[in-house]
Write a new protein. Structure first.
Length: 480
């Protein structure tokens, strides 16, 4: 399986196997309407020729939620139609909206839970999903994605922590599936069988007493039985373990489950791929070939290609990596992987989302609202005769790196490190000329060098290299 093989998803042919998952931008206003900033953000992904663009979660109901897109009545259709038109006019990228229902939350930390909804409330939600999907089709989207992940209503129904004790009871798997099943049936009724409908769900809640991949395999099987056209897998992002900041709206990505959902630099690459592999293998063994999307720190082209080549998933979801460099797909296709602006998983974007502030990438040029346009003809930064004068000081297990300023247009610096003479990896990206590395293990050799890059990711030559080997502490040296 190749990353640039097209995939036919119920008539929606995506030109490659890269998907940008829904990411809240906070670019909309309180009115929930599509505006030019929203259009610019998603057209930028289309310029980068992303196979499938999933537009950030948009509400199917009229509840207030700050700067969040809406598709809750027909007045929103013209804005969405303009968005889809501009994306389709830009490239062969396909685009679907992620439609969402969420329950009430308050700054006090109080939140509405599933067991507080009446059966009439649930019936209304089922209708709202169908109506929203129909609006998506009318607006020219290529399909629609149902949001049944993280801290939201459909995910709460699927959760083992679902406290209801009626036909939607959390005590049985069928009870937990009931609401989602009715939603899917109503969506199909209102958009037909020829319109692609996907779903985002959790492969693991990462909560105590929450469901794991053992349940996720069965939930995914039911989604396949319901003829959903793709299954996009995420993890965590729950309210149950969220950390409440007094006076602030509860953020589902502030606890451990949220950390697993948006893993930072301290987590391993591809840390959720094994879950997708297990779920895909299971539903395939039952006779279903529903495409599976995996995500979670897969921004390395080598890793993305490997996941697809080994059949662990059918589509690779790259969120923060594409936020950092919207031209990731083009650069990989054209053999210019060296020019990719790599996400460093600093999670500034996550922090901005949690604060309900406009989401941008730390690696973009200062004050940029969108990823910069690619300008291949621009000149990469260069070092002077000192080749960067990289220096490393080592004290108490901490390496402090400093270097001289590169010449030309410099947007930032990538710091490269090889551990124990192994693979060289980018460990950090900074705007300034200094960085601190606190993740060293004494007794192991390390090699560092630095490259400056401009605002389109063109990297200059490496600086001089520095080798260090922190000495073992006395207790270890005595044993050795």
């Amino acid at each position: 399986m190749k990353i640039f093989e097209p995939l036919d998803i119920n008539g929606m042919v995506i030109p490659n196997r890269v998907l940008v998952p829904a990411m809240v931008t906070r670019l909309s206003r309180e009115d929930g309407l599509i505006n030019q900033d929203i259009i610019d953000r998603y057209v930028r992904y289309a310029k980068g020729e992303v196979g499938l663009i999933v537009v950030e979660a948009m509400a199917i109901h009229g509840a207030k939620a700050g700067p969040l897109l809406r598709i809750s009545d027909d007045s929103f259709i013209p804005g969405h139609a303009e968005l889809t038109k501009q994306i389709h006019d830009t490239s062969d990228s396909k685009v679907v909206p992620q439609i969402i229902h969420f329950m009430k939350i308050a700054r006090s930390g109080w939140r509405q839970t599933l067991d507080m909804l009446s059966n009439e409330d649930i019936g209304q939600i089922v209708e709202e999903f169908g109506d929203a999907a129909a609006r998506a089709r009318e607006a020219g989207y290529d399909g629609v994605e149902l949001h049944a992940a993280h801290a939201y209503t459909l995910a709460s129904s699927l959760s083992r922590l679902n406290a209801r004790r009626d036909e939607y009871s959390g005590r049985t798997l069928e009870g937990r599936l009931n609401m989602v099943g009715k939603v899917v049936a109503n969506v199909r009724k209102k958009v037909g069988n020829d319109f692609p409908v996907g779903i985002r769900m959790l492969a693991d809640e990462y909560l105590r007493d929450g469901y794991t991949v053992k349940d996720a395999k069965l939930i995914a099987l039911r989604m396949a039985q319901l003829s959903l056209d793709y299954i996009s897998l995420s993890v965590g992002g729950k309210f149950e373990d969220a950390v409440h900041t007094p006076g602030e709206i509860l953020h589902g990505y502030s606890g451990y489950s949220g950390e697993r959902c948006m893993p930072g630099a301290n987590h391993s690459d591809m840390l959720h791929v094994h879950l997708a592999d297990e779920i895909k293998s299971f539903i395939n063994s039952k006779g279903f070939n529903t495409p599976i999307v995996t995500a979670g720190k897969i921004s390395s082209p080598e890793h993305a290609k490997m996941v697809l080549a080994e059949g662990k998933a059918d589509i690779v979801g790259i969120a923060r990596g594409l936020l950092a460099d919207a031209d990731w797909v083009v650069k990989v296709r054209d053999g210019e992987e060296d020019r990719i602006v790599h996400c460093t998983y600093c999670n500034v974007c996550k922090e901005l989302d949690g604060a309900h502030k406009e989401v941008h990438c730390f690696l973009w040029p200062k004050h940029a609202r969108q990823a910069p346009d690619d300008l291949p003809e621009s000149d990469a930064p260069i070092w002077g005769v000192d080749k960067g004068s990289l220096e490393v000081t080592l004290k108490e297990g901490v390496a402090t790196l400093s270097w001289s300023k590169a010449s030309g247009e410099v947007s930032g610096y990538d710091i490269y490190r090889a551990d124990d003479n192994g693979e060289v990896q980018i460990i950090e990206a900074v705007k300034g000329k200094r960085v601190v590395d606190r993740s060293l293990l004494a007794g192991m050799p390390y090699r560092y060098y630095v490259r400056a890059y401009n605002n389109v990711g063109q990297a200059g030559p490496p600086s001089n290299s520095i080798h260090i080997e922190p000495a073992l502490p006395d207790y270890a040296a005595a044993i050795a």
